[in-house]
Design a binder for this molecule. Structure first.
Ligand code: DLL
Length: 437
């Protein structure tokens, strides 16, 4: 069997070697940022931090946090550390409101980025024999080009189909003999429905691996996608501010996403107090880029909620693993004082027979009280004719949601295929709470 490593010496470094490498690079990035980015020079000087004063990794705590607002306030290129002459690529965040957060890459950055993506692809068994269909949208979004360069570096035959035109996607899956699918999990789910509607069976496909990321995916949804397409998939995580995809990714053990610790230094903090938490404790992920030249990020607050595990993985990789992202600190819904993560709702729904994995959460406010409506799609239209069964299913969903969330939600069952499908990140929350009382 081929070994699933792209850079084995780096991926299996001892903790001691990793610590030393991180410390050396942390000093470098602090010095680099001070010399090249006036914003950091001012912040670090104010905090009394210099590269010389960093004696151990724990000294990172003296470095101030950086936030998305800092990037926006310095729009478009204010936080760039490299001159435009050395910038070879520009991307921007997928946010829908306000100015985008703009990021730049030098040649070295692109090279490191491709290595990180090649690593997580190799970790699930992708090789130069594979045909990879990239169904992320090409453009300012980092997903498509990030995976593209990494997979090409691994030697795959890359099909840059981009997102959308789902029937064509399904046709290409079959005709081009695609073996690896790259998309958001929600788009993969939708694509499998469309492929089956077109009469394409899994026997006609050569699909064997799914590299899914860019949004959360519960175990249950993953299971459905894997059964739908007959493939094995892994989750990978990243964000444009840090690089794009490739920040962390699962190996075949699927027991956490290995952080590319030679390029990124992760920490977990209490998102309310900013206090640093110990390994294994859940909180907000904060990341420092250790090699980025285009736009260095010092202690960037990702708002993503997770925890870190430093035990060496069964696969032999030593780089720490982050748990699948459970939600975002700012995505968390506060409903009648209770914290609710959409992923909790998704898990509950996935355990109920007869309903599809597509749902929508509608939040409204009446008399200063928040209400949650969960709109769920039925699998079988015949059920719409059977009031008794419909009520039974609805009551079951209401009861299960109440047990897990601790609050009651209204459940509305809707006809199969009636909810909107997404070709990129799914947007399942409709928040109408501020549309007047
Ligand atoms: O989504 C980068 C990416 C592209 C990652 C393709 C993986 C694959 P942004 O558009 O900047 O970048 O969005 C970043 O998406 O802070 C998370 O909240 C969320 N996110 C990304 N990957 C995952 C994942 C790309 N695997 C934001 N699980 C992040 C859960 C994810 N959430």
């Amino acid at each position: 069997m081929k070994e699933n490593f792209f850079q084995k010496d780096i991926e299996t470094m001892s903790r001691k070697q990793l610590d030393e490498l991180q410390l050396e690079r942390l000093k470098w990035i602090v010095d680099y940022s001070m010399r090249n980015v006036p914003f950091y020079a001012e912040r670090l000087t104010k905090a009394g931090v210099t590269a010389e004063k960093i004696k151990s990794l724990s000294d990172i705590q003296y470095i101030p946090f950086t936030t998305k607002d800092d990037i926006r306030d310095n729009y478009p290129y204010g936080l760039f550390g490299a001159k435009m002459k050395d910038i070879v690529r520009i991307h921007a965040s997928s946010g829908t409101t306000g100015k985008p957060t703009v990021v730049g890459y030098t040649k070295n950055d692109i090279n490191n980025w491709s290595d990180c993506v090649a690593r997580l692809s190799a970790a699930v068994g992708v090789t130069d024999e594979d045909v990879a269909q990239i169904s992320f949208g090409y453009g300012l979004f980092t997903g498509a080009l990030g995976l593209h360069y990494g997979l090409e570096k691994l030697g795959c035959a890359v099909i840059p189909v981009s997102s959308g035109n789902t029937e064509k996607q399904a046709m290409l899956l079959k005709d081009f003999g695609t073996t690896v699918l790259i998309s958001t999990p929600s788009y993969a789910m939708y694509m499998s429905e469309v492929a089956h509607d077109m009469g394409i069976t899994n026997d006609e496909l050569k699909l064997r691996i799914g590299l899914f990321g860019s949004e959360g995916c519960t175990m249950e949804l993953r299971d459905k996608i894997e059964k739908g397409f007959g493939l094995f998939s892994t989750d990978n995580y990243g964000m444009s501010e840090l690089m794009g995809p490739g920040v962390s990714g699962e190996c075949v053990e699927r027991n956490g996403l290995h952080f590319a610790e030679d390029h990124f230094l992760p920490e977990i903090i209490n998102s309310q107090t900013g206090e640093k938490l110990a390994a294994g404790e859940e909180g907000e992920l904060v990341v420092t880029t250790l090699t980025k030249e285009g736009i260095p990020m010092l202690r960037y607050r990702t708002k993503d909620i997770t925890k870190l595990n430093y035990d060496v993985c069964k696969c032999g990789r030593t780089h720490c693993r982050m748990e699948k992202v459970g939600g975002r600190a700012d995505d968390m819904l506060k409903i009648r004082g209770v914290n609710v993560f959409p992923s909790q709702i998704e898990s509950v729904l996935a355990q109920i027979e007869g309903i599809s994995p597509h749902y929508e959460l509608v939040l409204t406010r009446k008399n200063y009280t928040d209400y949650l409506e969960v709109r769920i799609e039925l699998m079988n239209a015949n059920l719409l004719e059977n009031y008794g069964q419909l009520e039974e299913l609805r009551n079951l969903a209401v009861a299960k949601l109440k047990t897990v969330l601790g609050i009651s939600a209204k459940v509305t069952l809707v006809a199969p295929r009636s909810l909107k499908r997404y070709e990129g990140k799914a947007r399942r929350i409709v928040d109408r709470r501020n549309e007047g009382q």
